[in-house]
Design a protein around this ligand. Structure first.
Ligand code: ADP
Ligand code: MG
Length: 243
């Protein structure tokens, strides 16, 4: 479903992503861990060209975007393959919960209002937020906002969902409700990349864990192996610090 070849990203002289090569299968759930500043967010943002890479090729499903030669059409097509869930929700504060979900359906997917509304209602029920559909984001808890933001991503029916620390901005008592929504999605075999600090969640839900440091993938493998029996010194040091 995803193939990343020789991906790099510089900000001026700062080489944030050095050389990332990665393949992710349809339905695979991949957790990405690593220290702050290691390039995890930049990597996710390059995958949908929210950031333009400095080098490399990204394939999602049937579209390949090569940074040395691409069109706006290619980027549009690439972006239509994924949806992103951010740490800080990025909901439209002037729209209700229902309108937040309908927006992408009517504007991006050009689905008519009646149909958009019924899709939105169905997905809100799935994340147990249907009772809040006419509420504005300011009247929701952090956990509720994040569940709406996940519903908004799912509503677009993307091939891939990219999560960038979806629980990092939440009070501890709300982390569980959001992780359980993501866990339910994993059971539906939606392809997901999840940057997270929740190691026990990664262990339980991910098919694969990737440890990133200083712009490279240092180590990857099944969660048990990477989290409990890491091979690389940098992975060991990171896990020793966060445990
Ligand atoms: P992580 O998500 O792993 O914490 P990031 O991808 O956010 O790491 O950042 C990696 C590095 O890139 C950091 O040193 C950060 O300061 C730098 N960086 C991120 N975005 C920008 C930007 N827009 N301009 C310049 N430097 C950036
Ligand atoms: Mg980040």
């Amino acid at each position: 479903m995803i193939r990343v070849q020789g991906l790099g990203k510089n900000y001026g002289d700062l080489e944030v992503l050095k050389q990332i090569d990665l393949e992710v299968s349809q339905g695979e759930v991949v957790a990405i861990i690593g220290p702050s500043g290691s390039g995890k967010s930049t990597f996710l943002r390059c995958l949908n060209y929210l950031e333009i890479p400095t080098k490399g090729k990204i394939t999602m499903d049937d579209i390949t975007v090569d940074v040395t030669k691409y069109s706006n059409e290619d980027i549009k097509k690439l972006r239509s393959k994924s949806a992103m869930v951010f740490q800080n929700f990025n909901l439209f504060n002037n729209k209700t919960v229902l309108e937040n979900i309908m927006e992408g359906l009517t504007i991006v997917k050009k689905i008519d209002k009646v149909k958009s509304k019924s899709i939105a209602e169905e997905i809100l029920t799935k994340v147990n937020m249907h009772q809040k559909q006419d509420v504005y984001p300011k009247n929701l808890s952090g956990g509720q906002k994040q569940r709406v933001s996940i519903a908004r991503a799912v509503a677009l029916n993307p091939q891939v969902i990219l999560f960038d620390e979806p629980t990092s901005a939440l009070d501890p008592e709300m982390v569980g409700e959001v992780l359980s929504v993501i866990q339910d999605l994993a059971k539906e075999h939606i392809t997901m990349l999840i940057v997270t600090h929740e190691l026990s969640f990664a262990r339980d839900v991910a098919d694969r864990v990737i440890f990133m440091d200083q712009g490279i993938i240092v180590e990857q493998g099944n969660p048990q192996k990477v989290l409990l029996n890491p091979q690389e010194e940098r992975t060991k040091a990171f896990l020793a610090n966060v445990a």
